[in-house]
Every structure is written in structure tokens, then in C-alpha cells.
Design a protein around this ligand. Structure first.
Ligand code: BEZ
Ligand code: FE
Length: 290
């Protein structure tokens, strides 16, 4: 086509796709370019604005490396990561939520009742629940990959003062499907805002805060892996999570339990928690594969 116009360019693009193009690729690319062209037409995008967008992408590329994923962060703050999650979430299971960029593989085993708090001086949180199938039966042998920030609001990969696997653990449940561990009460924290995504947040009058949460990846043979989070119901950022990760069924009460009531056995901290502590019970429902 030599007479390309602003009105036919979208169709011309579609016509350039080769005969043998994978049908799903044709669908996704076609839709992406249709919406991209529609966006430029609708906003009457100027050269200066287009150029700003290109520079933004270049800066996002430059700042990204093995540990910093600026494009994922962009997708998170635009709500795209959460939308993709919700499009594929099965209603009979626990809601999924954003993975985020701070998960690391190879977490050390954390036995049922084990402790992630270490020597950190922060309120003890006892987290427990049962991993279940949609019919309510426990799923023996399910694994929970658990991670969170330290009380300073930093993940271990962001904080040279923490060990690599600080506040990371991998728990395998027994026949009763029950998981349990102690940790510190998570704190709200900001997503990285010193790069181009931070500039967008500021330009749009948005803050970089996430409500406090524990992250879980739950897996079991024959079930869809679940990437999720649990939030306390009194967090001030619950209704304004900058990455749109909060779902109604992931908001739980962190109950304050009185001094002296910590379980006398079954926990690494049994006999070592003389003060008030917090407890959250969060059952997790996995959906069978296929
Ligand atoms: C997180 O929860 O770890 C996270 C999620 C999205 C962006 C940044 C951090
Ligand atoms: Fe997080």
C-alpha cells in the first residue's frame, strides 16, 4: 500500500501481517495496534508527547536489570497486572493478587510452626490457615512460598542489612492441610519511586504506597498455582493500593491476643512470647487444574 492515510493505516497494518502468522498473535497484535492507533487519534497525540513516551520507555529500559523490573512496575501501577490476574481468576478459589518484583526463588524450608521474625524487635504475628480444595477438603502436601518486608518496609533484596532469605520461607503442609508460622506484623511500604515510574506517579498526583501484606505462592499437585497476598483490615492504604492488589476476600482481621495466650507448643516461639501478640487466620482455596 503506497497511499497510507491516517484513516486506513490500521487496516494497512493488519494487511502487512503474513499469511502464516499465528492466529493468537494476529489477534493480540491486531488488537494492540488498533487500540494504539485509536489512542493517538482520540488524544490527537503530538510529536512532543510521542517523544516523551519514547524517552520514558528508554529510561525504563536503562534502569531495569536482573533485580529491577521497571516495566513490570509500570504494568502494576497502570492496573494491567491486576486486570490480567482478575481475568483468569477462578471464582471458586481464593483471589489471586500481584506477584510484585521482590519474590526470590530458593527460599529455605520453614516447618509448620516455624518462625520468620528472627531477632527483629516488632510485634509477633501468628499466621495460620488451611489449604483446601473447593469442596472444603484439605490438600495434603501443598507448599506455601511466603515472603514479606522487614519492619523497615524493605524486602531482603532491597536491603544490604538483611540476609538473602530474611523473611522468606517455604512451608509444606501435612495431611491436615494446615500451615502456620510466626513473623512480624507487616508494614505498609512504597514501591520503588526513584525511576521513571515514580515520575509518572508524581505527575499524576499519585502516591507510591501499598497496604501492608504477606505474600504467598501456594502450589499443590493437580491444582492451579495461586499467587496471592493477605491484608489486615485496618490498614490505611487498603482503599488506595498503588498497584490495585486488594480484593475483598484477601482482607483479614489481625486479632490482638492477650499476653500469656501464645500456644504452649507447636511453634518455634512457644514459651518465648510473654507479651500480647497478633494472629491472622487465612484459609486458602486452590482450584483443580483443567
Ligand atoms: C509487592 O507487593 O512486593 C509489589 C507489588 C508490585 C509492585 C511493587 C511491589
Ligand atoms: Fe509486597
Amino acid at each position: 500500500m503506497r497511499n497510507v492515510t491516517k484513516d486506513n493505516i490500521t487496516d494497512v497494518f493488519m494487511g502487512y501481517l503474513g499469511e502464516g502468522t499465528d492466529p493468537r498473535l494476529r489477534e493480540v497484535m491486531g488488537s494492540l495496534v488498533r487500540h494504539l492507533h485509536a489512542f493517538a487519534r482520540e488524544t490527537n497525540l503530538t510529536h512532543a508527547e510521542w517523544n516523551m513516551g519514547i524517552q520514558f520507555l528508554e529510561r525504563a529500559g536503562e534502569i531495569s536489570d536482573k533485580e529491577r523490573h521497571e516495566f513490570v512496575l509500570l504494568s502494576d501501577v497502570l492496573g494491567l497486572s491486576s486486570l490480567v490476574d482478575m481475568l483468569h481468576n477462578a471464582p471458586e478459589g481464593t483471589s489471586s493478587s500481584v506477584l510484585g518484583p521482590f519474590h526470590i526463588t530458593g527460599s529455605p524450608p520453614l516447618h509448620v510452626g516455624g518462625d520468620l521474625r528472627q531477632d527483629f524487635d516488632a510485634p509477633v504475628l501468628l499466621a495460620e490457615g488451611v489449604v483446601r480444595a473447593p469442596d472444603g477438603s484439605p490438600i495434603p502436601g501443598a507448599t506455601l512460598d511466603i515472603w514479606q518486608t522487614a519492619p523497615n518496609g524493605l524486602y531482603s533484596s532491597q536491603d544490604p542489612d538483611q540476609d538473602t532469605y530474611s523473611f522468606h520461607g517455604l512451608q509444606t503442609v501435612g495431611d491436615d492441610g494446615r500451615y502456620a508460622f510466626t513473623t512480624v506484623r507487616p508494614v505498609e511500604y512504597t514501591v520503588p519511586s526513584d525511576g521513571p515510574v515514580g515520575d509518572i506517579l508524581r505527575a499524576c498526583g499519585r502516591h507510591p504506597w501499598r497496604p501492608s501484606h504477606l505474600h504467598y505462592i501456594v502450589e499443590a499437585e493437580g491444582y492451579k498455582p495461586l499467587v496471592t497476598e493477605v491484608f489486615p483490615e485496618d490498614d490505611p492504604y487498603l482503599d488506595q493500593d498503588t498497584v490495585f492488589g486488594v480484593r475483598e476476600d484477601l482482607v483479614m482481621r489481625y486479632e490482638t491476643r492477650p499476653a500469656g495466650s501464645f500456644p504452649a507448643e507447636g511453634f518455634a516461639l512457644s514459651g518465648k512470647v510473654p507479651e500480647d501478640y497478633l494472629a491472622v487466620t487465612f484459609d486458602l482455596t486452590l482450584v483443580p487444574l483443567g
